[in-house]
Design a protein around this ligand. Structure first.
Ligand SMILES: [Zn+2]
Length: 206
């Protein structure tokens, strides 16, 4: 299912979400007149591909919040389409999403080797480097939205025990993000529902 979440009144861009059958990863689609930004394409349904057909002429730009395979399961498939490219955070990140042990797919017997075969230099997001949940976690800021990945996420979805997790790094990342994010920001997390940064900030400060 693909659901519209809200419309940004200043530029009329619309944000949609689809929740994957694989670990409930949230994929977000930010659509305006000329582009579709896709954040964390997990395993997408046929319905989503069908829905995307209406944006044939739009540029599609893919962003990934971190290296775990459930968040980039369909990247290779999407990059095979025309007019589609990914934004790469770093060469190290590209190596991690290619490596089954680093992207964790090896441990789930579903080997995923994602390759950012088509890349774009254009960046629409402010990138906040936030290691902790994983070595290469980042969050993306866009207007009053924060794509939180598995980093800014409700407590019940927070995991800091995976290979590559680091609790000390996580704490530093959270301090950093608290300094950079205004409290009325809407968080679009990698799993679970949207929430206001202010509410999350209060709870995680307790
Ligand atoms: Zn993760």
């Amino acid at each position: 299912m693909i659901e519209p979440l809200f419309c940004n009144l200043d530029d009329r861009s619309i944000v949609y979400r689809s929740v994957s059958d694989l670990f409930g990863v949230c994929t977000y689609f930010l659509v305006d007149q000329e582009k579709v930004i896709i954040v964390d394409p997990g395993r997408l349904s046929e319905e989503v591909y069908h829905w995307l057909e209406q944006f044939k002429a739009h540029k599609k730009i893919i962003y990934l919040t971190h290296e775990h395979f459930d968040h980039h399961y369909d990247v290779n498939k999407l990059l095979a389409f025309e007019n589609t490219a990914a934004f790469s955070i770093s060469i190290d990140f590209e190596q991690a999403i290619k490596c089954g042990r680093k992207n964790l797919s090896y441990y789930y017997n579903t080997p995923i080797e994602s390759v950012l075969s088509k890349q774009t230099e254009f960046n629409f997001f402010e990138i906040i480097v936030t290691p902790g949940h994983s070595k290469f976690s980042v969050c993306f800021m866009y207007k009053n939205m924060l794509f939180g990945g598995d980093t800014v996420i409700e407590k019940e979805n927070l995991v800091l025990k995976l290979p590559g997790s680091n609790k000390i790094d996580y704490k530093e990342s959270i301090d950093k993000i608290k300094n950079l994010t205004s409290k009325n920001t809407i968080v679009l997390p990698g799993h679970g529902n949207l929430f206001l940064f202010n509410n999350w900030f209060k709870i995680s400060n307790q």
